[in-house]
Design a protein. Structure first.
Length: 184
């Protein structure tokens, strides 16, 4: 009778060698990622990137790109960047709100972080709305600016400087008539 282990020994040896090589290759790859100070590598967090991320810094980057395009006179590109920033900020607000609610009562650190990021995203959404409204006014489309300005006031209230600015724009457009200088 043939011993099945003896005939499969070369196969098992080859398999074992292949597995060991794959682990070794992974370990070697990790060594290459270490910093010069021999510190362990930091994991890459794709969504933290300003260019390709999905976070408030990426929204700020879109706003900056819109400002740059507007300064160069490329109003269509500026509109696209401002609209993208507005959309991304709005989506972030919803996600941060959902995560905050999911962890409420379980671990207070997560809701605090999500609430902080959510507030920042709301501010960025309001800022994107203001810039879009200014752009539409510049393009001679004030009727498109009005809903954006009203949304800024809903997001930030008129007790915040951005809300006061939005209301001032509504006064300048003739949509509102009563002056408001902010809280007394």
């Amino acid at each position: 009778m043939v011993n099945p282990w003896r005939s499969s020994a070369p196969y098992l040896m080859t398999l074992t060698t292949a597995v060991m090589l794959s682990f070794t290759a992974g370990a070697l790859g990790q060594d290459q990622n270490q910093t010069q100070d021999n510190q362990s590598p930091q994991p890459t967090k794709v969504l933290e990137s300003e260019e390709r991320g999905f976070n408030p810094a990426a929204v700020e980057n879109l706003l900056s790109q819109g400002d740059e395009a507007s300064g160069e006179g490329d109003l269509e590109m500026a509109r696209k960047h401002y609209s993208d920033a507005r959309s991304a900020a709005r989506t972030l607000v919803g996600f941060y709100r959902d995560l905050s609610g999911a962890f409420r009562g379980l671990d207070a650190r997560v809701p605090r972080e999500m609430d902080r990021k959510g507030r920042r995203s709301i501010e960025l959404q309001a800022e994107a709305n203001l810039r879009l409204a200014a752009l539409y006014r510049r393009l001679g489309q004030p009727e498109v600016a009005v809903p954006l300005l009203v949304e800024v006031i809903k997001l930030m209230t008129v007790t915040h400087a951005v809300g006061v600015r939005a209301y001032q724009d509504l006064l300048e457009l003739g949509f509102a008539e009563t002056t408001y200088n902010g809280p007394s």
